[in-house]
Design a protein around this ligand. Structure first.
Ligand code: BEZ
Length: 387
């Protein structure tokens, strides 16, 4: 008789345990494929920090599931991208991939995600094709398409009354697509792009191209560079004496996460992007404080995009109570969510690309400060996407 309560208690405990679905007992496998070396290394770290910050704020769980991370350094090398992404898909058997920074690498990842049906969240790379012809139910982006910041900056340059522009960038998808967006808006606003200058990614030998800019004397130069390359470009532009004679503009990556290293050379530069450091909302202030406390660093746009990748995944997982096998419901919930991003409200287009405001930013001290809105609720045209 004295055994009975114990047996009952055991049975109750066992019943309660077996009532927890199998998926909720296992950890959710998240594959981070990001650059941890090379010119975009700092961007990869900021994205991972942002992602982890949100997970930590949720007590280490998303949709009730603990997270297990698997990491691959993609080196921003498209030639290694397919092998690298398959380490996560085939070897580690991850539930979701978060990556990456470089557009060329992201296109290989999108192809592999589409073929394998693995959920992919892109926390930076802007390759237009990812939410264009390659768009898929299981592919989402929390950053931008390359067209978007290029277009927004073109609007601002035309509004400033510049008529003759030269562009300069790395010759790969992010560079050429951003320049295309800039040209579309700038020429619609009455300007003319007279010359496009390029160099191979990730080269930073800018001298010959700067000499050409000095010779042509356009009204404005539009540049797409990011990370270590952006630091060197902005400093070289200044050192060549061009900052005083030909205004330099860029999509905001030119001065994001780089101001400490660019110092005086970046002061006063005008860019456009979907984030500005001093957006004065409780959400952004709370995010910045929390990030600075946890990582002893100031956050940048890449950290925001990583944070929002985790928020997006969390929103989807909450809708299916952590059960990633309910794919249709998961993707539907992710597509319909409106996230309280540090950048402002973040909604997604039918192609799963952000629809968002683009700010005009001016570098003041160590901040990209918000000095206006370039375009409200800018949506990528998603050319070629059939979903
Ligand atoms: C890209 O390759 O898509 C990219 C890299 C750095 C900043 C922005 C875009």
């Amino acid at each position: 008789m004295r055994l009975l309560p114990t047996a009952l208690t055991l049975a109750t405990a066992l019943a309660a345990f077996t009532a927890i679905p199998a998926h909720a007992q296992a950890k959710l496998k998240v594959g981070l494929m990001l650059p941890y070396t090379g010119t975009f290394a700092a961007l990869g770290t900021a994205i991972e920090n942002g992602f982890r910050l949100y997970v930590n704020e949720q007590g280490g769980k998303l949709g009730g599931r603990e997270i297990e991370f698997f990491k691959v350094d993609d080196e921003s090398d498209p030639a290694k991208a397919t092998d690298n992404v398959n380490k996560l898909i085939k070897r580690d058997n991850v539930d979701v991939i978060v990556g990456t920074v470089h557009s060329g690498v992201a296109m290989a990842m999108a192809k592999a995600a589409k073929e394998s049906g693995t959920l992919l969240i892109v926390p930076n790379a802007g390759a237009d094709a990812v939410t264009g012809p390659m768009c898929a139910k299981n592919i989402f982006r929390t950053s931008f398409s390359n067209w978007q910041p290029g277009y927004a900056t073109g609007v601002v340059a035309a509004q400033k009354g510049y008529k003759k522009a030269m562009t300069i960038t790395w010759n790969y998808a992010a560079g050429t697509e951003t320049v295309k967006g800039f040209t579309e808006a700038f020429e619609k606003g009455g300007g003319k792009v007279v010359k496009d200058l390029t160099l191979p990614f990730p080269n930073v030998e800018f001298q010959a191209l700067l000499t050409e800019i000095a010779a042509q004397k356009p009204d404005v130069v539009f540049a797409f560079f990011a990370g270590g390359g952006a630091v060197k470009f902005v400093k070289d532009y200044d050192a060549a004496g061009l900052k005083k004679t030909v205004p330099l503009m860029g999509s905001g990556f030119l001065t994001d996460g780089t101001l400490e290293a660019q110092g005086a050379s970046a002061q006063g530069l005008i860019t456009s992007l979907h984030y500005a450091d001093n957006i004065d909302t409780p959400r952004n202030n709370e995010f910045r404080l929390s990030y600075a406390k946890q990582f002893k660093l100031q956050p940048d746009v890449y950290a925001v995009q990583g944070y929002d990748a985790a928020q997006l995944l969390g929103a989807g997982l909450n809708a299916v109570k952590g059960d990633v096998s309910q794919k249709d419901q998961l993707y539907y919930a992710m597509g319909k969510t409106v996230l309280p991003s540090p950048r402002g409200k973040l909604a997604f287009s039918a192609a799963h690309n952000p629809v968002q405001d683009f700010y005009i930013r001016e570098v003041k001290g160590k901040e990209n400060t918000n000095v206006g809105v370039a375009v409200k609720a800018l949506a990528d045209p998603a050319r070629g996407c059939k979903l």
